[in-house]
Design a protein around this ligand. Structure first.
Ligand SMILES: [Zn+2]
Length: 445
């Protein structure tokens, strides 16, 4: 054997790749830290993240990991921790949000902020969305530091303040005001699930890694007409006009059906037996939910009075391929013969790019998942809801929504619900996948 070849062979076989952490101990620590973290109720509104940021800051400081706090407005604190790599290229940002949506304690089986353990689950607001993932990310940095893993790439950790209100004081603010600090080539964020039944109809274990998300279009429809006595119907009743307008709109959105998308083609190729449920239907087409209807005179509305105004709010979620302006023009045409009906756009997200998934980081996700679950299918897909990732994708970051715990559809559905929970036995494997994915990427040449 040639001397150089021998040296290369010797190095590749015998050089220790760095001992792996004690994942059992780390999994237990993840559970304990997640419980402590959930008990700090960082409900949005008002998304006061001073305490959660102090909690994470202490965690990193104890391990000697550089950490910095950024207060975007009173009470809204963001946190950035940073592990340096030897190269300036390929920076990886782990993104999580510290705020959670409110919880109606009277509807919960346990106190939503007690982090109770019950029937093999950790219950609590933020158990899935997304305090546990934040802890997996933090412990990944900590384990890399403790094991003195020789990093080629920088690994950063951003805990943001108000994702649940769109990120104006959180990720968006960091991107606008501290881009140099958070800039990255890649980001790992929420939006992915490992699941045997949410995405597949035949029980195969699918890890959906989101590379895109749908656009939000919120609008209000107002119909006006002639008021009068309910005993004598009028031809221009505002309620009739609103009903007709909404019926047409609903029919238009439904008629459009599945949207042509190369991302979905790839998803169907990797997961041919796609499940049919509200989640999978929502990621294949534009959707409309009518979220409020308001009309009538008096409170409660008088039964015998025809009102002169009726309103509805609409939550459209549009595929990345659907262009906003042509969509609005189509609605205008649809209602062109309807008098007294108008649509006002309340909020529309900027375009939502699709992240390339033929990348070293995506390959490392696939590898780390298969190391844990050899039969699992890893596929790019999109999520029907918005995340902090969109702001990063607009800056050219390849952002992936990665969830490394295996969750049944019913557990995924507990997100934002009155019984949000995560299986306790998932902490160790979920953390192992997270760590291996990040370590594998950050140490590769
Ligand atoms: Zn979330």
């Amino acid at each position: 054997m040639h001397k150089q070849w021998f040296a290369a062979f010797f190095l590749s076989v015998c050089l220790p790749l760095g001992a792996e952490p004690d994942f059992k101990a780390l999994g237990q620590q993840a559970l304990k830290l997640s419980r402590d973290y959930i008990r700090i109720g960082s409900v949005n509104p008002p998304a006061d993240t001073r305490q959660t940021a102090a909690f994470l800051e202490k965690l990193f400081q104890q391990e000697g990991i550089p950490v910095r706090l950024y207060e975007s407005s009173p009470g809204h604190v963001n946190l950035l921790a940073h592990l340096k790599g030897s190269s300036n290229e390929g920076r990886l940002l782990l993104v999580n949000h510290m705020d959670v949506v409110p919880a109606d304690a009277s509807r919960w089986p346990v106190d939503p902020f007690s982090a109770a353990l019950k029937d093999g689950f950790l219950y609590g607001r933020g158990a899935i969305d997304m305090k546990t993932t934040g802890i997996f990310q933090a412990l990944t940095l900590i384990a890399l530091k403790r094991e003195k893993v020789p990093l080629k790439r920088d690994v950063l950790f951003l805990a943001s303040a108000d994702e649940e209100s769109g990120g104006e004081h959180g990720a968006q603010w960091m991107i606008q005001h501290h881009w140099e600090d958070v800039r990255a080539d890649y980001a790992l964020d929420e939006g992915g699930f490992g699941t045997p039944d949410l995405l597949s109809a035949d029980g195969s274990l699918i890890f959906g890694v989101s590379v895109a998300e749908k656009k939000v279009l919120w609008a209000q429809v107002t119909a006006v007409g002639t008021s009068g006595h309910g005993s004598q119907p009028v031809a221009d009743n505002a309620n009739d006009r609103l009903r007709e307008a909404l019926n047409r709109l609903d029919a238009m959105v439904k008629a459009k059906g599945q949207v042509q998308s190369s991302l979905l083609d790839e998803f169907r190729r990797r997961c041919p037996a796609m499940a049919d449920n509200k989640f999978t239907r929502a990621i294949q087409r534009d959707t409309l939910s009518i979220t409020s209807l308001r009309s009538g005179v008096g409170e409660p509305p008088k039964v015998n009075v025809i009102p002169s105004k009726a309103e509805a709010t609409l939550d459209f979620r549009l595929m990345p391929e659907t262009q906003l302006q042509p969509f609005l023009t189509q609605i205008e045409k649809l209602w062109s013969d309807l008098e007294g009906v108008s649509l006002q756009v309340l909020h529309a997200t900027d375009p939502t790019p699709v992240s390339d998934y033929n990348t070293p980081l995506f390959a490392n996700i696939e590898k780390a998942v298969r190391q844990e679950y050899p039969q699992a299918v890893v596929t790019p897909y999109l999520v029907p809801f918005g995340t902090d990732s969109n702001g990063f994708r607009q800056k050219g970051v390849k952002a992936y929504g990665l969830g490394t715990a295996v969750l049944d559809a019913s557990i995924v559905a507990s997100m934002h619900s009155d019984a949000e929970r995560i299986p306790v036995d998932q902490f160790e494997p979920a953390l192992r996948i997270y760590y291996r994915c990040v370590a594998g990427y950050a140490t590769s040449p």
